[in-house]
Design a protein around this ligand. Structure first.
Ligand code: C2E
Ligand code: CA
Ligand code: CA
Length: 661
């Protein structure tokens, strides 16, 4: 590009530089009011001294046309500044200023010629002064539109220079040369200034673009931070922010009901363990799709982590509809999933809570929905549960129990009851199960299953176990020789090496022979961490103690556990006994378990026997060891001694070893 064409493009208006053009327009428009004021003052000062010599056309009409022209243009530009005009309009407005400055230059030069013509000689210099002042002002005011600055300089400078030089007056010639030089200097200054301005606009544009990119990245980050990448559902964080937002809105409107639901998949872990993580992921994706298909408008679904999903419902006024949706979810989850590695069947548990009646903040809503979910898992398999006042009472009660478990003197308040296990072949008691009792100074008698569960949740079960075992062994040391004592252990006891060591220590110190101790554990206790539980049970076995599987038939009843654990006995769960007198199937199941025990040389105890009919039925299927209210309720240690004393005296040769198959 030649220097001239570069100059022309520098001076001109490039349609492709929208940002630059807009900035030029904005800067120019901001200066417009000042320019108008300058022109009016300059014109008045220029023509006023000549009002007696010059005609009205010169001193009134020409300035008036000029002021009208400039004011009109200025008004339009200034108005456009406040309107958000398009890029094309910006270019049009910039180009329009060329005409305005050209007209301005022509009128000013005509006016100056006319005034020079009418002016007295001593007043001519005043005309030249104002002409140049007006020009300098106009150059500065058109500095963002170089074309116009060059045009007006050319229109005013060339004729005035020629005219003044031709006057052949030294002063006017000097003025002409001086004016020319000054305007050249000013024009070059304006060029430099404009170049700097252009650079700044470019920099600003780059910064703006960088800012925009940053904003986009920020938005993307925010999106990713709120999305579960596997299922593309909102994640836990989004679930809580959304809930907080909805609660805030509901607080403002005072009438909004929100339902929060939690869904937990049952059996997902097994699929993950058997088929591997890719299949597990596949299952989660399919689950989320199935859930989305069921849920209608006004219900949002999130993945809270693992196999847990969250629901937020805003348009459900009828609680029956909510439970219906819960049932639909459970049904849908029970339908088999055809995955790439095979077909799997799982299930789901659902818990709901309602805002604001049952909880008024996101944390509490979550906790209570979770409580409803756990409640459903334990008590109403497969049925959705809505958190209710009763649940709240249970939670309060649990809190009171936990407080007392922390504060009470457990050594003093805990005690043991013994329930006899009767060998019906030999017609005598073969042992006792030790059952915990807690008589608290504030709460009174608390059920063992309840306080045991609380102690487990609090992580203090180990302390209770050691207190109870010590008391049980102390009392059992008073019994006649040969009776066994079974003692219940919790999952947490098996998982804690410290508790196992404490138990071993207590056994060693006790006078009761360790070979007559039977530790009862449940399948679920073993399942949580099989290796650890197995290790703990083997340690106890090394001490001479025996192990029995409690509540058999309620859990997985997996034969692999029976085979892999160091077991010497099974206890058939009470739930079978309720039915045994009337139900043939139950009878067959019990018979099968009894046969299994015989074949594996395991002692089989039946618990919860209450009636003669049950006893007769059990006898028929070959049960030998019976525990239950039919023979005796749990007894205090002293009552247990009395009970033993009352038992028919048995000839010494019939004395059993306490533990027979
Ligand atoms: P479990 O180990 O299955 O204990 C048997 C439960 O059945 C006892 O309830 C006993 O009183 C009750 N029972 C016995 N015969 C009958 C009967 O004929 N009919 C009925 N309806 N019930 C009968 P208990 O003492 O309330 O204990 C409940 C549960 O608390 C126990 O179930 C056990 O899981 C837990 N538990 C009790 N003591 C301890 C303990 O010292 N440590 C641990 N970890 N858990 C304990
Ligand atoms: Ca038991
Ligand atoms: Ca049991």
């Amino acid at each position: 590009m030649s220097y001239i064409s570069r100059l022309i493009s520098f001076v001109g208006i490039d349609e492709n530089q929208a940002e630059l053009n807009r900035e030029r327009f904005n800067e120019h428009a901001k200066q417009i009011p000042l320019m108008c004021a300058m022109l009016i003052i300059n014109l008045v000062c220029m023509v006023y001294p000549h009002w007696q010599q010059a005609p009205a056309l010169v001193i009134i009409v020409l300035p008036a046309i000029l002021i009208a022209l400039v004011s009109f243009r200025s008004y339009r530009i200034y108005r456009d500044l406040s309107r958000n005009i398009s890029d094309a309009e910006v270019i049009k407005a910039l180009r329009g200023t060329r005409y305005m400055f050209s007209m301005l230059g022509i009128i000013v030069i005509l006016l100056s010629y006319a005034l020079l013509y009418y002016a007295k000689p001593d007043m001519q210099i005043q005309v030249v002064y104002f002409l140049y002042m007006t020009l300098i002002g106009c150059i500065f005011f058109s500095m963002y539109i170089l074309q116009s600055a060059v045009l007006i300089t050319f229109i005013i400078m060339v004729p005035s220079f020629i005219f003044l030089v031709f006057l052949e007056d030294t002063i006017f010639s000097a003025l002409a040369i001086n004016g020319l030089l000054v305007s050249i200097v000013i024009i070059s200054l304006v060029f430099t200034q404009y170049k700097r301005f252009k650079g700044l606009v470019k920099q600003k544009a780059v910064l703006l673009r960088q800012g925009e990119r940053l904003r986009q990245l920020n938005d993307e980050n925010k999106h990713l931070a709120n999305i579960d990448t596997l299922t593309s559902l909102p994640n836990r964080r989004r679930f809580f922010t959304q809930l907080d937002e909805l609660i805030l809105r509901a607080e403002q409107h005072k009438n909004n009901k929100i339902i929060v639901g939690l869904i937990d998949l049952d059996g997902f872990k097994r699929v993950n363990d058997i088929f591997g993580h890719p299949t597990g992921d596949d299952l989660l994706i399919r689950t989320s799709q199935r859930l989305q298909d069921i849920l209608g408008p006004g219900i949002s679904l999130s993945r809270l982590g693992g196999d847990e999903f969250g629901l937020v419902m805003t348009q459900q006024d009828d609680i029956n509809n909510v439970l219906e949706i819960g049932e639909k979810i459970c049904d849908a989850m029970r339908t088999p999933f055809h995955l790439r590695d095979g077909t799997v069947q799982i299930a789901a548990t659902v818990g709901f809570v309602e805002y604001p009646t049952m909880a008024d903040n996101s944390k509490l809503l979550f906790e209570r929905a979770d409580y409803a979910l756990c409640y459903s898992k334990q008590n109403s398999k497969g049925e959705p549960v809505l958190f209710s006042i009763e649940h709240e009472q249970i939670i309060r009660e649990i809190a009171r129990i936990e407080q007392q478990l922390n504060e009470a003197d457990l050594d003093q308040e805990l005690s043991i009851m013994f329930q006899p296990v009767v060998d019906i072949y030999e017609q005598r008691t073969s042992g006792f199960e030790a059952l915990a009792r807690w008589n608290n100074s504030v709460l009174g008698q608390v059920r063992p299953d309840i306080f045991i569960r609380s102690a487990e949740q609090m992580g203090t079960i180990g302390k209770l176990t050691t207190i109870l075992l010590k008391k049980a062994l102390d009392a059992a040391s008073e019994w006649p020789e040969g009776l066994y004592m079974s003692f219940n252990l919790s999952t947490y006891d098996l998982a804690s090496s410290q508790t196992i060591l404490n138990i071993i220590n207590i056994i060693e110190k006790s006078d009761f022979p360790s070979r007559n101790i039977v530790f009862e554990v449940t399948e679920t206790a073993v399942m949580d961490d099989f290796e650890k539980a197995n290790e703990a049970l083997n340690l106890l076995k090394l001490q001479g103690a025996k192990i029995a599987l409690d509540d058999f038939g309620t859990g997985y009843s997996s034969l692999s556990y029976v085979q892999r654990l160091p077991l010497e006995g099974l206890k058939i769960d009470r739930s079978f006994i309720n039915e045994i007198a009337n139900d043939e199937n139950t009878k067959k199941i019990v018979q099968t378990i009894v046969t299994l025990c015989k074949n594996l040389h395991l002692r089989c105890v039946v618990e919860g026997v209450e009636t003669k009919a049950q006893l007769v039925a059990l006898e028929k299927v070959g049960c030998r060891h019976i525990q239950g209210f039919y023979f005796s309720k749990p007894l205090t240690p002293s009552k247990a001694l009395e009970y033993l004393a009352q038992e028919i005296t048995i000839p010494p040769e019939a004395m059993h070893a306490g533990w027979k198959n």
